[in-house]
Design a protein around this ligand. Structure first.
Ligand SMILES: [Cu+2]
Length: 494
């Protein structure tokens, strides 16, 4: 009797599981386009089903996308490039080169798709680029250094709003003429967005644990709303009624009533969300979660078989009405943003014919390397510094921990064979008590693809010839916590 009961129960659960995933596959009315970060790809998902429909290799470290409805626009933080992707076939139709060392982190596009505005986090510059003529105007923010990392545009297209964490401020830049016109002090500004009516800019203040309402008419802070421990990105629904803010430390998404300027609800995600997006019908939140401790163990055991477990990031779908998590998948990459469109608005045959979805999980996929030798060894426990190796190479034993690289400045000569031996020595990340902090390492603008992941328990060895004089930024290319963006250093080739 009991045996039969449990068998029935088992079959019932099994059929529920298969039917629910089938329902999601058939009824996914949306398509999500995500910038894959360090994997160099645009990743295309069904929403809310999260089947990976297609991957498009674009570059090295892909941030964005944003859209004007016809094209997607992304930036490559490692290669200083803007890529324009045609939505009708999901392929790159044009690349625009930014200035050397620009280090773009985010992008905004005008409604007509004619101009893009780019926050150059590594250079302290903000640029306006004409999509048609490639003409670029750049503002070098003063004082130096500045770190413009997130950018948004007002609905009337007249202003860009930029968060700058180095100088604890939000900048207002007029688009025509392209110039800085105002700034306002905000502690540790992070994600920034503008309400659809253009009334408010909403900014996350990491270090005052708040959502800041900036009245755009008077460019004044109207309200500082305490929301949670480490607020990160913000998204607003289509009606401008509710905003949603990810809370990295408490693994929540906070719902905020924009008119009342108060917290209206909380959703739990697994774990430590960064970017979030909302479906066009305002029914689903898509959360890119930066840690997956205990959910997808051993998936990346091919990279690290000792030391801390290497668990991937994941995407999770929350149904807003019920507050329930309806889907979660492991992903390769560090999703920086997701644009969600209705299926009917996308006329892309390459997606329609996709009967078989791209296989998920497995080995993290890094962009191909040219002129660079990369390998992994047992963790290097020697002290950090720059040394002459026996084979004549300059060996840089670089330690990575939340949120610094040491040594922070590395000097070599042109012609040197440079060998970085990079070791993640994290015990735990500030604020976040997770055993699986994985850093990344990429050198901006070197003309070589140096990006590696840095799981704990191993060292990454990155070797190349320094063939061009210059000052290059290296930075952490895998989201590792609230102060991840500040994790950078300088390579000087003299
Ligand atoms: Cu890091």
């Amino acid at each position: 009797m009991f045996k039969r009961f449990s068998m029935t129960l088992f079959i019932l659960i099994l059929s529920l599981m298969t039917s629910s995933s089938k329902v999601l596959a058939e009824e996914s009315p949306f398509i999500g386009y995500s910038g894959g970060g360090y994997n160099g790809k645009l990743m295309i998902f069904s929403i809310p089903g999260l089947e990976l429909l297609k991957e498009v290799s674009i570059g090295v470290d892909i941030r964005g996308p944003v859209t004007d409805g016809k094209n997607l626009f992304v930036v490559d933080k490692a290669q200083n490039i803007v890529s324009i992707i045609d939505l009708s076939n999901s392929s790159v139709k044009k690349n625009i080169k930014l200035s050397d060392g620009f280090g773009p982190n985010s992008i905004a596009v005008s409604k007509d798709g004619k101009n893009v505005y780019i926050a150059g986090e590594l250079s302290g510059k903000v640029a306006a680029v004409s999509v048609e003529s490639d003409k670029m105007v750049a503002l070098a923010l003063q004082p130096m250094p500045s770190s413009p990392n997130f950018i948004a545009i007002t609905p009337d297209g007249k202003h860009c709003l930029v968060s700058d964490y180095t100088n604890n401020r939000v900048l207002r830049i007029s688009t025509s003429p392209f110039k800085l016109d105002k700034e306002i002090k905000v502690r540790g500004p992070y994600g920034i967005t503008v309400t659809p009516d253009g009334k408010y800019a909403l900014v996350s203040s990491k270090f005052s644990a708040s959502l800041i309402f900036i009245d755009l008419k008077n460019f004044k802070i109207e309200k500082t709303l305490k929301t949670g421990a480490v607020p990160m990105n913000i998204v607003v629904d289509s009606k401008g009624a509710f905003a949603y803010q990810s809370q990295h430390a408490s693994s929540e998404i906070i719902k905020i009533d924009i008119e009342k300027k108060e917290v209206a609800g909380r959703f739990t995600v697994k774990h430590n969300p960064g970017n979030i997006s909302i479906s066009p019908d305002d029914k689903y939140l898509i959360s890119s979660n930066k840690f997956s401790t205990g959910i997808y163990d051993k998936l990346y055991s091919n990279i690290s078989d000792k030391g801390g477990a290497v668990t991937p990031q994941n995407m999770e779908v929350i149904e807003i009405g019920s507050g329930k998590s309806v889907k979660q998948v492991a992903i390769s990459g560090d999703i920086s943003d997701t644009v969600i469109l209705t299926k009917g608005s996308v006329k892309d045959a390459s997606l329609k014919s996709s009967g078989q979805f791209v296989k998920q999980g497995g080995k993290p996929d890094l962009a191909p390397k040219e002129g660079v030798k990369i390998s992994y060894t047992a963790a290097d426990d020697r002290p950090p510094g720059t040394f002459d190796a026996e084979d004549g190479a300059i060996e840089i034993r670089l330690k990575a921990l939340s949120y610094i690289f040491t040594p922070n400045t590395v000097n070599v000569f042109k012609g040197d064979t440079v060998r970085f031996i990079i070791t993640n020595i994290d015990e735990k990340a500030l604020f976040i008590d997770k055993p699986d902090v994985v850093h990344g390492f990429t050198i901006n603008g070197l003309g070589k693809q140096t990006n590696v992941l840095l799981p704990r328990g191993v060292s990454a060895v990155v070797e190349f010839k320094a063939d061009k004089k210059g000052i290059y930024n290296f930075y952490c290319s895998n989201f590792c916590g609230p102060v991840h963006h500040e994790m950078r250093g300088t390579l000087i080739v003299e």
